[in-house]
Write a protein that binds this ligand. Structure first.
Ligand code: SF4
Length: 453
């Protein structure tokens, strides 16, 4: 069944998802060769794949496919899998294997893609005073805890680079989901150092307002004196802006935002935008306007991604457009060491060059952005540049956030290496190990012991 267009019918648009099961019905996909469609099926059986009618009809320029950045962002591409993984799944499909076999092969490949980078499973699981482990939360940095509502483990569309990909592909034992908002409240009340809670997922904005408000109201009703900020990590503005303007719970959602800001809390939408195209439609501009009118701040972030936004001009325009629309540029991330990192990854030296070239082009108001930053096991590490120190070219780094707050802002240096794409690839420039390594090892082995017990 081909998709009817829903934009000019006068009715509020309703979302239609495209996944492996129905993407072949898209008229736009008919332009691709059968080989390309098969390749998409091969990759889409391993990595998450979901697009929707807004992404397909308003964001992707089909005349520029397969190079269009939003097409690469949302549709599986052959080289996202390494050749041996691609061939293994391709052969499985060619053999006409049943669903169970396809799923088993997919899981086997996924487990080789570092599904939980940065020690997410071992290091960040909070524990209540009564000993209960909270697998629906993470507490990595002192002031901020992450909460994964069990109803938000999906998104309006999936990003092909997503490091949360294990949550979307039916590997239930890997989900962090937690139902109990009272456990979240209890944990925050037991930890007066926590000032920020970050709702994440998936995308919390996938939840209907009446469900989301049960979590928010639990926080508001608890009157936690330490809680100052609620953050919501979301890509809804980019993938389904109608959530805030015409969906049947749009008013309720905005009303909920107003309730939070009305209580004197800071509400921040941590909005994912990967390309300035996502800021260009009338719908997203409207959505940003109405969200901001509730007193919510919108801070923006994205990884730097080969094939999508590895160009200083793209970033400079994205930051300028964001500032013009009233958003605050916040982070440029280095793509994580998981999933299709070999496809999206960019060397740290080049990432720094792109950041610098883009930063130079924007006014002071756009220079709120930080990066390029790696969310690695020890913390958020920023690449500062490639200076010559003591007669030798090095890569200069510093922590923006650390598992130990005392690590923050301490400069350290790695051997200059144009091939390095992640912290693990770097070697200390002047010592035999980085200053944080011993302490990290102690914490890490402690966490493993805890996990086994
Ligand atoms: S919207 Fe966020 S959580 Fe969802 S697929 Fe994209 S990056 Fe992952």
């Amino acid at each position: 069944m081909l998709q009817e267009t829903v934009w000019d019918t006068g009715k509020p648009p309703s979302i239609k998802s495209y996944t492996l099961g129905n993407f072949r019905g898209l008229p736009q996909i008919q332009k691709l060769t059968e080989e390309q469609r098969f390749e998409m099926e091969v990759v889409g059986n391993v990595l998450p794949f979901k697009a929707n009618n807004y992404v397909v009809e308003q964001l992707i320029d089909w005349n520029d496919v397969p190079n269009d950045p939003i097409f690469v962002l949302t549709f599986p591409q052959r080289n996202m899998l390494k050749e041996r993984h691609f061939e293994r799944m391709a052969q499985t499909l060619r053999d006409g294997a049943d669903k169970k076999t396809v799923a088993a092969v997919a899981n086997e490949i996924r487990l080789q893609l570092n599904p939980h980078p940065a020690g997410q499973l071992e290091l960040n699981v909070p524990v209540l005073k009564d000993g209960t482990q909270l697998y629906g939360m993470q507490h990595k940095y002192k002031e901020t805890c992450l909460f994964f509502p069990s109803q938000s483990q999906t998104c309006h569309a999936y990003c092909s680079f997503c490091f949360r990909w294990p949550q979307f592909v039916g590997m239930d034992e890997m989900k962090f989901a937690m139902r109990e908002s009272d456990q979240m409240v209890q944990y925050i009340s037991e930890h007066p150092e926590i000032s920020d809670v970050l709702f994440t997922g998936g995308d919390p904005m996938i939840m209907k307002a009446r469900i989301f408000e049960t979590y928010i109201d639990a926080l508001l009703d608890a009157n936690l004196p330490n809680l100052k900020t609620i953050r919501i990590g979301t890509k809804a503005l980019a993938y389904w802006p109608y959530k805030f303007i015409t969906d049947n719970d749009a008013k309720e959602t905005l009303g909920l935002f107003e309730r939070v800001t009305g209580r004197g809390l800071h509400l921040a939408l941590m909005a994912h935008f990967n390309h300035h195209v996502e800021l260009s439609t009338p719908a997203v501009k409207d959505a940003i306007r109405v969200v901001r009118a509730t007193g919510t701040e919108i801070r923006t972030q994205s990884p730097l991604l080969s094939h999508i936004n590895d160009d200083a001009g793209v970033w400079a325009k994205m930051w300028r457009d964001q500032v013009q629309l009233g958003c605050i540029p916040y982070y440029m991330f280095v793509v994580r060491d998981t999933g299709a990192q070999h496809y999206f990854g960019i060397s740290l030296t080049r990432a720094h060059q792109i950041f610098r070239d883009a930063y130079k082009q924007v006014s002071g108001l756009g220079r709120t952005v930080r990066g390029p930053s790696m969310s690695a096991t020890p913390g958020k590490v920023q690449v500062e540049g490639t200076p010559v120190v003591a007669g030798k070219r090095v890569i200069a780094l510093r922590f923006l956030q650390g598992r130990n707050p005392d690590w923050v802002q301490r400069p350290f240096y790695a051997e200059y290496d144009e091939g390095a794409i992640w912290l693990d690839d770097l070697k200390p420039a002047f010592e035999d190990k980085f200053f944080f390594e011993d302490e990290l090892k102690t914490r890490y082995s402690g966490a493993r012991t805890l996990e086994k017990s």
